[in-house]
Design a protein around this ligand. Sequence first.
Ligand code: GDP
Ligand code: MN
Length: 379
Amino acid sequence: MKIHEFQAREILRKHGVPVPPFEVVSDPGAAGRAAAAFGGLVVVKAQVHAGGRGKAGGVKLAKDAAEAEAKAAAILGMTIKGLVVKRVIVARAVDIDREYYAGIVVDRASKRPVVMVSAAGGVDIEEVARTTPGRIVKRPVDPQGGLDAKAAAALAASIEERPAQAGAVADILVKLYRAFAESDCSLAEINPIVVTPSGEVWAVDAKMNIDDNALDRHPDLEALRDTDGETREEAAARGAGLSYVKLDGNVGCLVNGAGLAMATMDLIKYYGGEPANFLDIGGSSSPEKVVTALDIITSDRGVRAVLINIFGGITRCDDVAAGLVRAFEARPPTVPVVVRLTGTNEERAREILAQHDLASVTSMDEAVQKAVELAGRAS
Ligand code: GDP
Ligand code: MN
């Protein structure tokens, strides 16, 4: 889950990271008043779940209240990467001498959090990563011990030779790591860390993504969710407790269990098809979940056939069958549907489906082949 810059700034500030004071506003007048209260140069910044706001014109400096109001009026309502800007922050601006990059991600290869720093921070960091990756220094961290002062100092020294500033950067890294770990982030980033001409060090941007699987233990972070960038399908899936990821293929999948869902997608590929989505309805699925799941899958216009693959364990096949019947009665499917059910109460499920003229198969290979063939024929 993404959170906004102003939310991430607040978390970092609580961890002691030096963040320039700021206010969140949603109209130009309030931006002007905030700027007047800060006095001097401010920066007006779009708050949307998208990177590259600077390049998109969503970050602007303003020298006084009137200019802040005008800049806010220009930024509010603009669209950045498909997202309409509804809020901006007005922050006290800092003078920039240098811009550094600092970020932490969970790295698959090392199976650890990796802290990255670069002396080439700012709006071109993606370009740096692509063309001169050597300018980004990386260090895996043992999650048991966290980022200690020594490791942070070594990272800071690789980008800043002056002891005072390097010390300040190291201190930010340690605090950023704590924030990353405590909030169960999958990513935490400050780009840029700014060093001013007088040698002060400030975090002027903040980005944090929270691991969805950890949100259960962070109700305070869950409360920060902004559903603005979410599609209707994603919102419906989340509301119903379904794991759903949209993909680009034409075979819609409704499966119980993440492992079986992955295996189903593999088999679709094996037989020459392309899955339209990953969807796990989870264990002990109620008919309601099945109704919602089918609604989500069939509202994807790319879907040419739906494959339902249920291995009944805790999930009862008859529950799923009842859900399918209800869903089809409410909205008859416009694409062919292939049902494979096996396991708990499968006989009962087959009876329910047969009463409604729905056929089902028990072999996964057979079901997948059929769905791929039907989707191909319809395309
Ligand atoms: P992003 O483009 O979405 O990453 O937004 P940032 O918050 O990183 O802002 C983009 C760029 O705007 C930064 O790299 C800075 O160069 C500039 N910027 C942001 N805040 C300030 C500030 O307080 N003072 C000055 N002079 N420039 C700033
Ligand atoms: Mn940035």
